[in-house]
Write a new protein. Structure first.
Length: 549
């Protein structure tokens, strides 16, 4: 019997995971990988750090070559070979050798599409000199520009890759302007959680322009839509990607509502012999159940492996996507998983939101750093819908724990009972994730009603009184306008001084506010806590003001 012939279109994370997994499952299969570019296996997440000089050797980015993949896995890997078209009825792919221009037809029994995504490039005058960063060819083009030692750089887009590029350009000693069309950096995070990154960027000397677009590029500068001109010898666009669906569309394969390739729970397209994985494919959102596009290497790797299993005949289960991600910005770590508050409120979801500001490890052990954590749960079921974190060490660990909890079906209150590793240099006896669980549990039981920082103005306008329960010294160092100071330790003796009606109490981070709510409620007051305290309010209001440099 002839061996099964499998063609994989596209390499890197998804395609190569599928190819190597298939070989481990089936030694007899004839596996062909077609890659339009010159490199089939490289560390695309490391590209910004090579440009910044953190990764010194270009070869460090190259993980495997056609030769090494042939020797280890007996794979027929063809770089600079483009799949031009798919004849589904004949089960043939028309392949063009880009080096020679010759075309051949290749038969398949199963076909895997892993074409990835293409960078979005704004159509503006002078935009032809704009660089992007998706592959080795892109990084080579960018490095050839950086070798000329430009003094100024413009980065368009303040997402994960954009901020990594800003940091690495600053590392090279280049003056950087960052232009962002929206009103915050890192839009997957909520504004109060992204604000520390904005502050760090400006402290590092980055000229951040929010609510701004580039209108035109000249040879060494950029005209912005507000009429200002900024220096821009080096220009990189990082405003997002679009799924590369051209081949699938031409073959009559169905696309989904988000514009990506639609697949079923076995990663099959509308053609049962054709599978699709990676950035070009729509995923199912873990919190809404709706289709979404997620361009992350981790998902591409996982789905490549699963597609191989499905082709081999193994039963697979494709999990909904959380979009868990992490980025480093000027010494800060920012991470998220699941949905953010902005999206959930726009969908009309009934949610509860919690902010905490714990230390990364025991406070008495040297080097503890404060982090900010945010947890969002369904108000009716307590199901975890998303989480965000910003700070120093330990941020990634906490988000990964919460992402695992979501995958395991744990509720917000269940986080209180997780048994997590503890030693004073790594955590506290009550880990920050446990503390989030305690807050969620108190809310679920109705012990601590709370409002968010963005709801405070409406409460005060309706006649509520804001009570700051921090010490007098803390109050003098900075307070929310219009608040009155009544330290927590004095409430029992002085609560009669408070006016009747609704009270909103707050402390620095929310913990003393919780104690104040419990005490004042039992003393007969109508009281709620300002979730996350003064620190969350300060970050949120600073973000909403959108300060300019």
């Amino acid at each position: 019997m002839a061996s099964k012939r499998i063609i994989i279109i596209g390499g890197v994370a998804g395609g190569m995971s599928a190819a190597t997994r298939l070989r481990r499952l089936d030694e007899s299969a004839d596996i062909v990988v077609l890659e339009r570019g010159g490199h089939v296996s490289f560390a695309n997440c490391g590209l910004p750090y090579y440009l910044g000089g953190v990764i010194e050797e270009r070869d460090s980015l190259l993980l495997q070559s056609p030769k090494s993949l042939q020797e280890r896995f007996n794979l027929d890997v063809r770089v600079r070979h483009e799949a031009v078209s798919i004849n589904r009825s004949a089960q043939r792919v028309l392949v063009r050798n880009l080096a020679t221009g010759t075309d051949t037809e290749e038969r398949y029994d199963a076909l895997v599409l892993s074409p990835g995504a293409t960078p979005v490039r704004p159509l503006i005058p002078g935009g032809d000199r704009m660089l992007t960063l998706r592959d080795i060819e892109d990084v080579d083009a960018a490095m050839s520009t950086l070798i000329s030692a430009p003094r100024s750089a413009l980065v368009i887009g303040a997402g994960f890759i954009g901020l990594e590029m800003v940091e690495n350009l600053v590392h090279r000693g280049i003056a950087v302007t960052l232009v962002q069309r929206g009103d915050q950096v890192l839009t997957p995070l909520d504004p109060e959680m992204a604000q520390p990154a904005l502050e760090r960027l400006r402290e590092a000397g980055v000229d951040v322009r929010l609510n701004t677009q580039v209108a035109e590029l000249t040879s060494d500068s950029a005209l912005l839509d507000d009429g200002s001109i900024v220096p821009a010898e080096f220009v990189l666009a990082s405003i997002g990607v679009r799924p590369d669906t051209s081949l699938a569309t031409a073959a009559g394969i169905d696309l989904g509502e988000r514009g990506g390739i639609r697949v079923d729970d076995q990663l099959r397209t509308s053609d049962p012999l054709i599978y699709a994985i990676g950035d070009a494919v729509e995923k199912t959102d873990a919190t809404s159940g709706e289709a979404r596009l997620v361009a992350l290497a981790g998902l591409a790797n996982r789905h490549g492996r699963l597609a191989a299993d499905a082709i081999f005949g193994k039963a697979i289960s494709v999990k909904p996507a959380l979009g868990t991600a992490v980025v480093g910005v000027m010494g800060l770590t920012l991470a998220s998983t699941g949905s953010n508050e902005k999206l959930l409120r726009s969908q009309g979801r009934n949610i509860r939101v919690f902010h905490t500001h714990p230390a990364s490890h025991a406070g008495y052990y040297p080097g503890a750093e404060t982090m900010a954590l945010k947890l969002i749960v369904d108000a009716e079921t307590d199901a975890i819908l998303g989480a965000q974190a910003v700070g120093g060490e330990g941020v990634d660990k906490r988000i990964d724990v919460i992402a695992t909890a979501i995958a395991g079906g744990l509720t917000g209150s269940d986080l209180a009972d997780l048994e997590l590793a503890y030693a004073p240099q790594y955590s506290s006896a009550k880990d920050p994730v446990n503390l989030l669980g305690y807050v969620a549990l108190n809310a679920a039981e109705g012990l601590t009603p709370a409002i968010q920082w963005h709801e405070l103005d409406a409460e005060l306008a309706a006649g509520a009184i804001l009570v700051d329960v921090r010490t007098a010294g803390e109050y003098d160092d900075g307070a929310i306008p219009g608040s009155v100071n009544l330290p927590l330790d004095e409430i029992r003796e002085r609560h009669a001084e408070l006016p009747g009606g609704r009270l909103v109490v707050h402390c620095k981070v929310g913990q003393r506010g919780h104690s104040a709510v419990r005490l004042l409620a039992q003393l007969g007051h109508d009281v709620v806590n300002l979730d996350g305290g003064y620190l969350t309010w300060r970050a949120g209001t600073a973000a909403s003001l959108v300060p300019v440099p």
